[in-house]
Design a protein around this ligand. Structure first.
Ligand code: ZN
Length: 326
């Protein structure tokens, strides 16, 4: 039996409990769409961790890691509540696309939060998801949003957190450094970051972290495993699971520079991931269909290449690189 997401209260389950159920979202649109939600209630009390993936429908490491981690959690040893939603945007996942399918509204869910109750399908979805997370979680809990490069990008594995008020940001940074990935990304406030799921939840005073994985449309075993390990690390650090976290030397809150293109055409990338570049270095060329150079993209700052567009067709405004500033 399926019920609306808003009627699900994971902490109302008698502990110990572990199970999947189907919830319905978008019921106001007539019928709605079904999604799996996994809930584990531990033997003893403790914080609540909510993990979501599939905000973008072409990112697959997160959904695989969420299911694998859920399988591994034994409620006997858990203090608190673990909740997971492996794919929160079915409109995009079913279409195998980053954005919701055009048949719904074609919108990027990660630009719609905190949502619009009477809006289009993706805007209503954002509203339901935002309310679920903010009603479930408080300052002692944790929200995790798993992303990747999808079909068009390749990212170096990284864990990020949003700059918010001091207390929430400090708690988020501590969890980000515990996760176990070397690269820790501080996401500054920007017009786009303030409309993401984790950005808006963070601004509600809830510690959050997000991850980026390589993507390229795949889900390498090594990347899925490192997410599973990271989830275990943060639950151990929050004393929800027994054990010790092996400390990984991590960078502290690196800020990044996004580099977009101005021309349309075919993209030829001249640098590699993790390469150090100097300000003014040639990063890529865009050519016309006649082979003429339409644009040369140079590095606006010195730094390390953290993400590269791998889809060769570009249009003006497309993101091409992310550089971690030196
Ligand atoms: Zn994403």
């Amino acid at each position: 039996m399926s019920r609306p997401l808003e009627l699900v209260d994971p902490r109302s389950y008698t502990s110990p409990h572990k199970g999947w159920e189907e919830v319905t979202i978008g019921t106001s649109l007539g019928g709605g769409v079904q999604l799996p939600i996994g809930i584990v209630r531990g033997e003893s009390d403790g914080p609540t961790v909510l993990v979501v993936a599939g905000v973008h429908g072409d990112e697959y490491e997160g959904p695989m890691a969420v299911a694998r981690f859920f399988t591994s959690v034994d409620p006997t040893y858990l203090s608190g509540t673990f909740v997971c939603l492996p794919v929160v945007n079915p409109y995009a996942f079913e279409a195998q696309k980053r954005e919701s399918d055009a048949a719904y509204d074609g919108l990027n869910l990660a630009r719609q939060f905190p949502g619009t109750p009477g809006g289009s399908p993706t805007q209503r979805l954002a509203d339901e998801l935002y309310r679920f997370a903010t009603e479930l979680l408080g300052p002692d809990d944790l929200f995790i949003d798993l992303h990747s490069g999808g079909t068009r990008y390749e990212f170096l594995p990284m864990v990020g957190y949003h700059s918010t008020d001091d207390t929430t940001e400090a708690a988020s940074l501590e969890m980000a450094r515990t996760f176990g990935l070397k690269r820790v990304w501080r996401v500054p406030e920007s017009p786009s970051s303030t409309k993401t799921y984790n950005g808006t939840v963070a601004r509600a005073g809830i510690p959050t972290l997000g991850t980026e994985m390589p993507g390229r449309g795949g889900a390498r075993e090594v990347d899925v495993e490192s997410l599973v390990e990271g989830l275990g690390n943060v639950l151990i650090a929050k004393r929800m699971l027994p054990g010790n976290v092996e400390s990984v030397p991590s960078e502290v809150g690196t800020v990044t520079q996004m580099v977009s293109c101005n021309a349309s055409g075919l993209l030829h990338v001249c640098v590699d991931l993790d390469e150090e570049v100097g300000s003014g270095d040639l990063l890529a060329q865009i050519s016309t269909l006649r082979g003429d150079t339409a644009e040369e993209i140079v590095a606006p700052v010195e730094g390390n290449i953290w993400a590269i567009r791998r889809f060769a067709s570009v249009r003006p405004g497309d993101l091409v690189f992310m550089i971690a500033k030196a």
